[in-house]
Design a protein around this ligand. Structure first.
Ligand code: AR6
Length: 179
């Protein structure tokens, strides 16, 4: 069992595409070819270089797309970051517990970022938008997984929350995890 990491976990309310970090995590879909929400914002602000690399990934190792819970990195284009780590969250289901897949998104994205040498990593609240995951549970899984898994060279994990409600849920989850 891992102890609480020395990695600093911070919360910011705002737009993930405005962050200065080494790696920005994208809540993508398995096509890797863009979409709405965070994905749309990252491609819009990051520019066509990101999509060009995603297309290359689809033409090589990821012909069938990126599986749910997995992660892969590309350039960050014009974002103030070195890499975008694309991950595919699970769609929320009331009938089936898909928490392990959401945990896997955070764990695998952290691993990919760490392998690249990232010291600062920004995450959105994966799956809590179009994919319908309840914010309280999504925040709990995000915080718990990052506290357990983040390790050197990562020094800071920053959750970038789009609105006050999301920020409050993450604040609650972080306080509960540290209690
Ligand atoms: N910065 C930070 N957070 C944001 C931003 C932003 N610029 N924009 C939205 N959010 P979503 P998902 C919040 O829908 O649920 C895409 O079409 C948003 O309020 O981006 O994993 C993909 O291509 C929510 O809390 O991702 C996939 O098809 C959270 O980020 C699908 O959506 C995640 O919302 C993925 O759905």
């Amino acid at each position: 069992m891992s102890t609480l990491s020395a990695v600093e976990v911070t919360l910011v309310r705002g737009d993930i595409t405005r962050q200065t970090v080494d790696a920005v995590v994208n809540a993508a879909n398995s096509s890797l070819l863009g979409g709405g929400g965070v994905d749309g914002a990252i491609h819009r602000r990051g520019g066509p270089e990101i999509l060009a690399e995603c297309r290359k990934l689809r033409a090589s190792h990821y012909g069938g797309g990126l599986a749910t819970g997995r992660a892969v990195a590309t350039t960050a284009g014009r974002l103030d970051a070195r890499w975008v780590v694309h991950t595919v969250g699970p769609v929320w289901s009331a009938a089936e517990d898909r928490s392990a897949l959401l945990e896997s998104c955070y764990r695998t994205s952290l691993r990919v970022a760490a392998e690249l040498g990232a010291r600062t990593v920004a995450f959105p609240a994966i799956s809590t938008g179009v994919y319908g995951w309840p914010m309280d549970d999504g925040a709990r899984i995000a915080v718990r997984t990052v506290l357990a898994e983040a390790a050197a060279p990562v020094e800071e994990v920053r959750f970038v929350l789009f609105d006050a409600a999301a920020y409050d849920e993450f604040e609650r989850a972080l306080a509960a995890a540290r209690a």
